[in-house]
Design a protein around this ligand. Structure first.
Ligand code: SF4
Ligand code: SF4
Length: 148
C-alpha cells in the first residue's frame, strides 16, 4: 500500500520524514521538528521551533503523504500552552493578592500594637502625674500653718 493510498483509506500513516511539510509551510516553520517536539512532549523545543507562529493554515497537512493531522496537533498544543500560560498568570495574580493581604494584616497588627503601647504609656504617665499631685498635697497638708 502506498502512502497516498493509506492517506485516502485508513488515515494517518507513520511519518516517512520526507520533509514535504517543511517545504510547504508558508511561515517557514520547521514542521517536522515541531512534530518531533510534540511527540517527545518537549514543549521547550516546540516553543524554540516557533510553534506559536503556526497559523493552522494546514498547508503542511495538504503536503503530508502520511496524512498526519499536523495543523490540528499544533493548534491543540498552542491552546494548551495558552491555557497553561493563562493559568500561570492567574496563579501569579492570586499570589500577589495573598502577599498584599499578608502585608496589610501585618501593618494593621503593627499599628494596633503601637496604639496599645501608646495607650499604656499615656495611662501610666497619667498615673505618675496624679501621684505627684497627691504627694504635693500630702506635703502641704503636713506643714504647720504659717511655717516655712
Ligand atoms: S510531510 Fe508528513 S511524512 Fe513527510 S516529513 Fe512531514 S510529517 Fe513526515
Ligand atoms: S499549519 Fe502551521 S506548520 Fe503547517 S503549514 Fe501552516 S503555519 Fe506551517
Amino acid at each position: 500500500m502506498s502512502a497516498l493510498a493509506g492517506r485516502a483509506g485508513t488515515g494517518e500513516l507513520p511519518c516517512i520524514r520526507c520533509g514535504d511539510c517543511n517545504a510547504a509551510c508558508p511561515e517557514g516553520l520547521p514542521v517536522l521538528a515541531l512534530l518531533d517536539a510534540l511527540r517527545a512532549e518537549r514543549d521547550d523545543l516546540a516553543s524554540a521551533a516557533g510553534i506559536d507562529a503556526c497559523t493552522a493554515c494546514a498547508a503542511c497537512d495538504a503536503a503530508c503523504p502520511s496524512a498526519i493531522p499536523l495543523a490540528r496537533r499544533f493548534a491543540e498544543r498552542q491552546s494548551t500552552r495558552r491555557a497553561r500560560a493563562a493559568l500561570l498568570v492567574r496563579a501569579g495574580q492570586a499570589r500577589l493578592r495573598i502577599d498584599a493581604r499578608t502585608l496589610r494584616l501585618r501593618r494593621e497588627a503593627g499599628e494596633q500594637a503601637d496604639r496599645e503601647a501608646a495607650r499604656v504609656r499615656d495611662a501610666s504617665s497619667g498615673d505618675a502625674v496624679a501621684a505627684a499631685i497627691a504627694r504635693g498635697k500630702a506635703r502641704r497638708a503636713e506643714k504647720p500653718a504659717g511655717g516655712t
